[in-house]
Design a protein. Structure first.
Length: 126
């Protein structure tokens, strides 16, 4: 009788889209965009951004900040537009917020694909 330890199982292989980095950031942007059709994906993207922020380092950190701020600013804009729908101007504001989110996601996707940081991730604008 030998006293051998069983070998631990090999770590699970992923496509690296769950690990902090460019692929993960692209998934987050796509989840934000998919949120216009399937609302819950925005929350999944937000959780992924919060979980991976601070782990990637370097230029990709600006993208996590950008994505998190995009969510919270859009939520604020959506709430204000909902309140203003009583006066009818809220519909235009809601459309403007949707366009703003789409533009920020496209800017983020382009920057990630080029390997560039977001120039001003703390910005409220584009």
């Amino acid at each position: 009788m030998t006293d051998q330890q069983p070998t631990p199982p090999a770590p699970r292989q992923t496509d690296r889209w769950l690990e902090p980095g460019p692929a993960n950031m692209q998934v987050i942007y796509v989840l934000y965009l998919a949120g216009f059709v399937i609302g819950i994906t925005v929350l999944i993207g937000l959780v992924m951004a919060y979980v991976n922020r601070g782990k990637a380092g370097g230029w990709i950190e600006t993208h996590y900040t950008w994505a998190i701020r995009t969510f919270w600013i859009a939520l604020l804009g959506g709430f204000v537009s909902l309140l203003l729908m009583l006066v009818a101007i809220g519909f235009l504001l809601a459309l403007a917020v949707a366009v703003w989110v789409i533009v920020r996601c496209v800017i983020g996707l382009q920057a990630v694909s080029r390997g560039e940081p977001i120039k001003n991730p703390e910005s409220w604008w584009i």
